[in-house]
Design a protein around this ligand. Structure first.
Ligand code: S3P
Length: 449
């Protein structure tokens, strides 16, 4: 039994081509932020297209525990009656964020400048992940934190009584750290400044502006400086969540490597701070087109069309692109295995502290499938075996990581022999309809006892 329900061993087999339209769920990053910012505005925020994956549902529960009124009206259709900036009530019980680093880190930021105490925990994966990267900057506001060794959950935060404003430079490229500081800054007087050396996803800044906060982003010599004016009155919003480019990556990449495929993935958010995978796939020679490009709710959106691409070539993925595709390296490494030549992916140390150590998880699983992979502390290299050239015939460990589980199932759809994932249950954290969606396109997947 994992935190996501009973363990489910699943096997993907090569079958016919993948064809059809794939409606992937709402964006996970935007869904978390919609609930949290809705809870910090006074009045009703209405959200459509919310991702109803376990990660986001845990954030919804947490917002209710902090005093917001969170209601589901229909599929993806939610409202949040917020309590205002500084209005969070003290939760009566431990906040369980399940598998979600984004959930726990953003919520910690949001509560850290309100004089309440909250204790956070999560599943075995989340309890192994570092929280010092969040509690260090939150301490500058006056928030105290006590957790397990190495800054791990469970952890109790005592929010600042008289929060100070903060000027902080993030030591690693992390939208979660940047966002936690900005959310903390909402209830601090004066201006909170965050500088990041590499631009990471900017949903928090865009959405804060949408909720009426003053947020200014400037290019500075050593990166980007974001300045938030504290103690705004956030105005409730109507939010249509775009569909998740990180989830779209799975049917898109599957179509590129399964012979004869042609798949349309409509309404995908293509914020440039998220779209690095698609640039990379084009550079590899993918037959991928962006149709009906438009803007919705302040985010660029397009329909993605992916067709089988027999001429994929390995490439050098620029290290500076990593923040814009950080969640996509597992599935990219699968595509790289079906390309000709070598794909080198440098500058990806952050992958070691995701839901699992994703460099190690992919290297071990791909090697078991007959693919040569080299790794260093902050890079990995996949030696492509060409179209149809991956042997498969292996069992990969998902390590409580949804993206590892989905990546190996996609691998099994194009490999010579089936690929089994020891536990597919974590897929429900971000992509609860993955199995139905992929089998609807023609994929062959079986659940093993
Ligand atoms: C996220 C930021 C990224 C990403 C995660 C979602 C966010 O994490 O990996 O899936 O919504 O802010 P880091 O901030 O650790 O890079």
């Amino acid at each position: 039994m994992s935190a996501h329900g009973p363990e489910r061993k699943m096997t993907a087999h090569a079958g016919g081509p993948l064809n059809g339209i794939a409606h992937v769920p709402g964006d996970k990053s935007i869904s978390h932020r919609a609930l949290i910012l809705g809870a910090m505005a006074v009045g009703e925020t209405r959200i459509t297209g919310l991702l109803e994956g376990a990660d986001v549902l845990d954030t919804a529960k947490a917002m209710a525990a902090f005093g917001a009124d969170v209601t589901q009206h229909g599929e993806g259709d939610w409202s949040v009656h917020g309590v205002g900036v500084g209005g969070f009530a003290e939760p009566e019980d431990v906040i369980d964020c399940g598998n979600s680093g984004t959930g726990v880190r953003l919520i910690m930021g949001a509560m850290s400048t309100t004089p309440i105490t909250a204790t956070f925990t999560g599943d075995a994966s989340l309890r192994s992940r570092p929280m010092g990267r969040i509690t260090d900057p939150l301490a500058l506001f006056g928030c105290r934190a006590v957790g397990r060794a190495g800054g791990r959950l469970p952890m109790t935060l005592v929010g600042a009584v008289d929060p100070l404003s903060v000027d902080y430079t993030t030591p690693m490229a992390s939208a979660q750290v940047k966002s936690a500081v900005l959310l903390a800054g909402l209830n601090a007087p004066g201006q909170t400044v965050v500088t990041e050396r590499a631009a990471t996803r900017d949903h928090t800044e865009r959405m804060l502006r949408g909720f009426g906060a003053e947020v200014v982003t400037e290019k500075v010599e050593d990166g980007w400086r974001i300045t938030l004016t504290g103690q705004p009155e956030l105005v409730p919003q109507t939010i249509a969540v775009p569909r998740d480019p990180s989830s779209a990556a799975f049917p898109v990449c599957a179509a590129l490597i399964v012979p004869g495929s042609d798949v349309l993935v409509p309404n995908i958010g293509l914020n440039p701070s998220r779209a690095g995978l698609y640039t990379t796939l084009k550079e590899m020679g993918a037959d991928l087109t962006f149709e009906n490009e438009r803007e919705e709710g302040g985010e660029p959106v397009a329909d993605l069309r992916a067709r089988f691409s027999p001429d994929l070539l390995g490439i050098e993925v620029p290290a500076e692109r990593a923040p814009s595709m950080i969640d996509e390296y597992p599935i990219l490494s699968v595509v790289a295995a079906f390309a000709e030549g070598i794909t080198h992916m440098p500058g990806v140390h952050e992958l070691r502290v995701k839901e699992s150590d994703r460099i190690d998880a992919m290297a071990v699983g791909l090697r078991a499938c007959g693919v040569e992979v080299e790794e260093s502390d902050d890079s990995f290299t996949v030696h492509g075996r060409g179209p149809g050239g991956v042997r498969g015939g292996a069992m990969a460990a998902a390590r409580l990581d949804h993206r590892i589980a989905m990546s190996f199932l996609i691998c099994g759809m194009a490999a010579k022999r089936p690929v089994t994932v020891d536990d597919a249950s974590p897929i429900a954290t971000s992509f609860p309809i993955f199995e139905d969606l992929m089998t609807g396109l023609g994929a062959q997947m079986t659940q093993d006892d």
